[in-house]
Design a protein around this ligand. Sequence first.
Ligand SMILES: Cc1cc2nc3c(=O)[nH]c(=O)nc-3n(C[C@H](O)[C@H](O)[C@H](O)COP(=O)(O)O)c2cc1C
Length: 364
Amino acid sequence: MGLNARAPANNCTVKAKSCAAGATGGEHSGPNPANSMNLAVDYLGLRLQSPFVIGASPCCDNVTVARQLEEGGAGAVVMRSMFEEQLEPAPPRPVRREPSDPDDEVPGEYPDRADYQVSPDQYLRRIELLKRNLSIPVIASLNGHQPGAWVDYAMRVERAGADAIELNFYQVVTDPAVDAEQVEGEMLKVVGLVTDAVKIPVAVKLAPFHAALAQLAVALELEGAAGLVLFNRFYQPDVNVEELTVQPLLRLSDPQELLLRLRWLAILSPQVRLSLAASGGVYTATGAVKALLTGAHVVQLVSAVLKHGPKIVGTLTYGLEQWMREHGYECVADFRGRLNSRRSQDAGAFERANYIRTLQTWRV
Ligand SMILES: Cc1cc2nc3c(=O)[nH]c(=O)nc-3n(C[C@H](O)[C@H](O)[C@H](O)COP(=O)(O)O)c2cc1C
């Protein structure tokens, strides 16, 4: 990771202005409001009371839980995704490649419309409900990978009151006839269509597996994206060797997954102007501090909330404030990005040198 331990001289001076502007920071209702630091951050052009954002998930399906998350100190919430397959007239059905036992289940068949937990109309009503009950921003999540009905739906999401949209491009490209340029070209096209169609900010949730992620990040910014969420997690089915079946598996994240996010936050944050969110593996205040130091504007939480309940937001808020107090920081902008790769002349060479050095440390 292209980390640099010393901040550029003007970092705090420039950022101190937003520190002063962040009057909302003291208003959050974490566990120790009397001694609250200023945790206010700018994300997607929205002023948030805290860098802790509840990531896309069922966490906000229940408005009572959403309110507990807000009371714990969450700066914003991202709703679960609405899938493009729910919005298209006829969702594509996977076909069997070879005739086999007719009793065999076709792996990867889409759920029936009725099996999705939220219908497109219910989703819009849920945005309205969350907006009526929360004072923090509500971010809707649209999930797909090609141009289609979700562009129109983005406008309905905006009309329902969402403060921003997160576009999730979850896709595993398996067709050997499709090249990377086509995949990213479609992604840029959708982002352009959506950002043209709505006035609210649009963030893009990316996979870490693009060959030239830095170039893609800049291209997304040029297409109008206001932020990037790093990264999507890939849910990898397992194989049951007794029943000879493929089994879907949803495991909560592992704290180790944060390391990949830190690396890319450090690389991208000096190179883009758009907002950056860390998503994946944050369970502790220390994890959140690492993400902010490497350049995240916000830290998304999902697995930690699912595992420990809404109270985890208050715990992490308290831990972040403690760390800031111990290190003499009054606001997040004072230290955000201090350990990014800004001072590294060639972040790629730095990465490769680090890689070689790391491998050389092993002796048998
Ligand atoms: C139960 C569950 C449901 C999720 N649903 C969505 C979703 O609807 N849309 C989405 O973009 N990500 C979804 N995610 C992924 C999370 O937003 C997040 O990117 C991922 O869990 C990594 O963050 P974490 O380590 O804080 O869990 C879901 C994750 C979990 C565990």
